[in-house]
Ligand binder design. Structure first.
Ligand SMILES: [Zn+2]
Length: 157
């Protein structure tokens, strides 16, 4: 993520509905499942970035390795740096559990069961799907293989 950074920041802010300092600043650009904003990194073969991660980096600084960006306001499209904090996967699981949300499925990166289901049903080339979800093609391949295992051996629990 080196070069098109400035351009990326400009494109990012153009898609944020910036409001008062305490309010949520909703992302107005493209969204992924569960309402997370998404923005292309730019450049050839650029990845899709999660808007809230970019929001955090632009306003609060680098995200510690292995951490995710979480919302104190519980509003996934929000890009107000004051509402964003980082935590590990485990924090996220705890956070979700506290909020009584759906079970967080661990495994490849931060994909939820919902997203994995969508990946299994996606008929596009695996590279395209991988780019969309911000994971490696090998992850997509693994998720898609899980389904054939399931049909052979019954549900994996
Ligand atoms: Zn917010």
């Amino acid at each position: 993520m080196a070069r098109p950074r400035e351009d990326l920041a400009a494109r990012f802010w153009a898609k944020v509905d910036k409001r008062g300092p305490d309010e949520c600043w909703p992302w107005t650009g493209g969204k992924r499942r569960k309402g997370y904003g998404a923005i292309g990194e730019g450049g050839r073969g650029g990845k899709m970035l999660v808007a809230s991660r970019l929001a955090y980096e632009l306003q609060n600084g680098p995200i510690p390795e292995g951490h995710q960006v979480l919302h104190s306001c519980d509003n996934p499209p929000c890009c107000n740096g004051a509402h964003l904090f980082t935590g590990t996967n485990l924090d996220n699981i705890g956070d979700m559990r506290e909020k009584g949300r759906q079970r967080y499925v661990g495994g490849p990166r931060k994909l939820t069961e919902e997203q994995r289901q969508a990946i299994r049903l996606d008929t596009r080339p695996q590279d395209d799907i991988a780019r969309d979800f911000g994971v490696d093609q090998s992850t997509i391949s693994r998720i898609k293989r899980e389904v054939s295992l399931q049909s052979l051996h019954g549900p994996l629990t």
